[in-house]
Design a protein around this ligand. Structure first.
Ligand code: FAD
Ligand code: DLZ
Ligand code: SF4
Length: 521
């Protein structure tokens, strides 16, 4: 690099992809890659300990991988005494060290970081170029073009566009099997004793063990168990996890997608979201592998279409939706929910067995599967009227796969209806009957879904009616949910009063979480 000013390429903790847009086509002898462990990112919310360990370990492995491939990598560790502890501060220091002719960065995934990066051209003397993140099938601009002028945005319509664009499960321009969506086959309750083959759980190597020590020391007051830590931290490990998923669990992925079983934390889910979100796995490649499994007769269409829909449908859709509606989405509170987050979201100490088990899995694994997130933890927060900010912070803290671009639309819009219906046509509110049908939680719960009111009633029932009654003005006219009011209005007045009293007594008995779990100071 002698004599020639290099290009500085900052690579963020969720950009661990060799073919990243800002790296692709670059000459190694003309490039300095900058990677930074910074306090600001590790603590803007107090992430689960495993999430910090995952990012730092994967970053360190990726840096080694790049160096082995001949790249020049400037890696700043958290304990570097001169660490400025912010992306901008570290890029400024690196600019002094390397005197770059330009800074090239792939667009950050989160609004907060993008805002900071957009100030770089004014802060730094050299050119700053921001590259679109083409690890997604649809660019932010493409989603905007699709969304502009539509009265309603719905995942299903967008998903069909993504199927056509990608060619996945398409035959002569038509959907494989004649239908776009096989969700109706993907709602099987768990049969007795349902369990799945164990996923691939890599052993921590020396790099990960060093990171685990660092996290134990520096982030002791953050939520969650640090060990056992079993997330893939390299592309090779992530690929092995994917191989095992395709060979052993994809075939049942669809059928049991919505099932919940006490103590069975993974079931037939892929457990690949962390690896996809930080860049170790390519989403399109995974979809192609799923499609091949269908063509080879190794997995049925309902499983394969379901898996592909989660990735090129939901994942792409929420990402576009996030950028389309930010920054307003982070402030939305259409249901005027004002209650504090109950303490049991952090401690798991509640007699509600579904919540206790979901929080346990969250604490132990930095993971809970979709239906636990949506229909247990999200649904409770919705019908109990918990303030969206508190719920959003919680979800951003506790999951190893949580980055705001994917967390916020799922929480604010899908689970809490805080966007007032921009993402979903109705709130995902449900009584305990849904959880009872789709899980084995209720049989051994201290509450019962068949008891409707009073202190033994499953709280989800009375809270559901309380929610519906609180929001009658808004929801009665909604054609997908409004007819529920006919059932409610048919009940006699005493029964309705009992429901509402039971809900109110329950809500009054909730202990709010103490400050400081999600954010410092
Ligand atoms: P699988 O069930 O195996 O699904 C396969 C893949 O599809 C996932 O790895 C993921 O990449 C994608 N996917 C599935 N559903 C969604 C979805 N709704 N949105 C985006 N991608 C999806 N996912 C995150 O990655 N980060 C989050 O912070 C996050 N927060 C959520 C919060 C709530 C309230 C809800 C309801 C869902 C949230 N999800 C989030 C979506 C989903 O729950 C997780 O992606 C999934 O549980 C990850 O586990 P898995 O890899 O085993 O997924
Ligand atoms: C989540 C996270 C954490 C905990 N720490 C870092 C870090 O120290 N350095 C880094 O580059 N990235 C980290 N990340 C991921 C970033 O928060 C993520 O890249 C941005 O939010 C994307 O906008
Ligand atoms: Fe959850 Fe209600 Fe079932 Fe208990 S009875 S596990 S609280 S749904």
């Amino acid at each position: 690099m002698a004599g020639k000013k290099p290009v500085l390429v900052p690579v963020l903790g969720d950009q661990l992809t060799r073919t990243l847009a800002s790296l692709r086509g670059r000459a190694k002898d003309d490039t300095v890659i900058l990677m930074m462990e910074v306090w600001d990112e590790a603590t803007y919310v107090k992430h689960h300990k495993q999430k910090i360990a995952l990012i730092f370990s994967a970053m360190r492995h990726f840096a080694d991988d790049l160096r082995d491939a001949g790249w020049s990598v400037d890696y700043i560790t958290l304990t570097d005494p001169d660490n400025a502890h912010s992306f901008t501060g570290e890029v400024a220091r690196a600019a002094e060290r390397h005197d770059p002719r330009a800074i090239h960065i792939t667009e950050p995934g989160e609004w907060r970081v993008r805002q900071a990066v957009e100030e770089w051209p004014d802060k730094f003397a050299c050119d700053v170029e921001i590259f679109a993140d083409d690890r997604f099938i649809a660019s932010i601009a493409e989603f905007r073009d699709w969304a502009d002028g539509r009265k309603t945005l719905r995942m299903e319509n967008f998903y069909q566009e993504m199927r056509k664009k990608s060619g996945l499960l398409m035959v002569d321009g038509k959907p494989e099997g004649g239908k776009w969506n096989y969700d109706a086959e993907n709602r099987e309750p768990p049969k007795k004793g349902l369990s799945a083959p164990e996923r691939f759980k890599p052993e921590p190597d020396a790099i990960t063990r060093e990171v685990l020590e660092l996290v134990a020391e520096k982030f002791a007051d953050h939520f969650g168990e640090l060990e056992p830590f079993r997330w893939p931290v390299t592309r090779e490990e992530a690929e092995e996890a994917a191989d095992r998923f395709f060979a052993e669990r994809l075939a049942d992925f669809g059928t049991y997608q919505d099932a919940m079983v006490h103590g069975e934390d993974d079931l037939f889910h892929s457990m690949l979201s962390t690896s996809i979100n930080i860049g170790l796995l390519d989403p399109m490649e995974l979809c192609q592998r799923a499609q091949k499994a269908y063509h080879d007769g190794d997995a049925p269409l309902n499983a394969v279409e379901g898996f592909i829909r989660q990735i090129i449908g939901w994942r792409e859709y929420v990402r576009g939706f996030y950028w389309y509606h930010m920054p307003g989405l982070a402030r939305d509170n259409a249901m005027d929910a004002q209650r504090s987050l109950p303490e049991f979201y952090w401690t798991g100490e509640t007699d509600m067995r579904c919540i206790a088990d979901s929080v346990r899995s969250t604490r132990e694994n930095a993971h809970a599967h979709h239906i636990q997130r949506l229909m247990v933890l999200g649904n409770f927060a919705l019908i109990a009227g918990i303030h969206p900010r508190a719920v959003e912070d919680w979800f951003l803290v506790v999951y190893a796969d949580a980055f705001e671009w994917v967390e916020l639309p799922n929480v604010a819009a899908m689970a809490l209806y805080a966007d007032g219906g921009k993402l979903a046509s109705k709130p995902y509110a449900a009584s305990g009957n849904y959880i009872n049908k789709m899980s084995d939680y209720c049989k051994k719960c201290r509450y019962s879904p068949s008891v409707k009111t009073g202190e033994d009633a499953c709280p989800f029932g009375p809270l559901y009616w309380h929610f519906m009654e609180r929001h009658r003005d808004r929801l009665q006219s909604n054609h997908r949910i409004g007819r529920i009011y006919a059932n409610w209005d048919r009940m006699d007045a005493d029964k309705r009063r009992d429901y509402l009293d039971t809900a109110e007594t329950f809500l009054e008995g909730l202990t709010p979480a103490s400050e400081g779990w999600a954010r410092s100071g």
